[in-house]
Design a protein around this ligand. Sequence first.
Ligand SMILES: NC(=O)c1ccc[n+]([C@@H]2O[C@H](COP(=O)([O-])OP(=O)(O)OC[C@H]3O[C@@H](n4cnc5c(N)ncnc54)[C@H](OP(=O)(O)O)[C@@H]3O)[C@@H](O)[C@H]2O)c1
Length: 317
Amino acid sequence: MVDRSAFGAKTTADEVLDGIDLSGTSVLITGGTSGLGAETARAMAAKGAEVTITARTEAKGQATVDQIKASAGKTISVEALELGSAKSVRAFAERINSGDRKIDLLINNAGIMACAEATTEDGFEMQFGTNHLGHFLMTCLIAPSLADGGRVVILSSSAHQMSDVMFDDIDMKKGGYERWKSYGQSKTANALFAVELNKRLAVRNIEVFSVHPGVIGTGLTKHLRIRDFLMFIPLMLTGAVKRKSVPAGAATQCFAGTAPEIAGRGGSFLADCKIAEISPEKKRDMTVVWPYAIDPEAAERLWSLSEDLLGEKFAQL
Ligand SMILES: NC(=O)c1ccc[n+]([C@@H]2O[C@H](COP(=O)([O-])OP(=O)(O)OC[C@H]3O[C@@H](n4cnc5c(N)ncnc54)[C@H](OP(=O)(O)O)[C@@H]3O)[C@@H](O)[C@H]2O)c1
């Protein structure tokens, strides 16, 4: 049996789930075709969970499912979802809500990072539109299918320290588009969404957590340029940035989704399999959360803004 009190940066998804029986637990993971989502799906399926991943292309989704079935041999399925398209999100939600399955654990994992300026199918700035708005719409629409007493885990990042939500310039038209600032804004939005969603789902005893998984070499780096990689070298040499393996990267979201230790702490931001320290002095440290990313007033304001942008109110979930 693993020593749970020793969990930290090097703990893996399998170690977090050691001794935890997920049979009969229904898990939905967005963006399960690579990186942290695929590893989380594998580790949870191996513990008996009934896992559904989402994929943008059928071939990629099926390939991941086949791979996981071959290694974990468990129940896993795939659903099509493009978060940059409200039409795709709505069709996905209809399929999920039409079944009788209740989701015990939803992991909003899909994401893109530091892409060139672009817009989603619905005209929203690409990173905010995909990482936040797509997940916001999806989660609100499938809320009836979430099991009372379950959990929601939202992948944020220490990159929240790169930008607060720019409420007066959400699409970055006034200040000009910056790839990293845009990613930072979207990751702050992810953490704020966890705070407000946790508040709204409290009546159903559903707890919501946000997570910084670490720094892990995954498909997320596909938009990076040479100068981005060069930016990381000094940070790695000084130890300010420590790379994790994919199994260690997936550990914190597995912990947030299952750990009994954090029951009652919904709305919290986690890093390295722990509730992160809040840093009022805005310490540049990947394991801390800055106050603006968990501010309840900003979380409420983001909820209203998201509803306004999508043209739909979600008063009751
Ligand atoms: N890796 C890190 O160092 C790190 C650090 C901090 C936070 N995170 C967060 O962790 C999460 C998982 O990232 P990862 O590292 O595992 O990245 P990844 O390997 O690139 O996986 C991202 C997943 O999201 C999917 N996705 C991307 N755009 C989508 C869209 N428009 N609609 C639906 N699905 C979409 C991808 O599908 P396709 O394969 O079709 O593109 C893929 O399955 C992200 O939210 C990321 O921001 C990662």
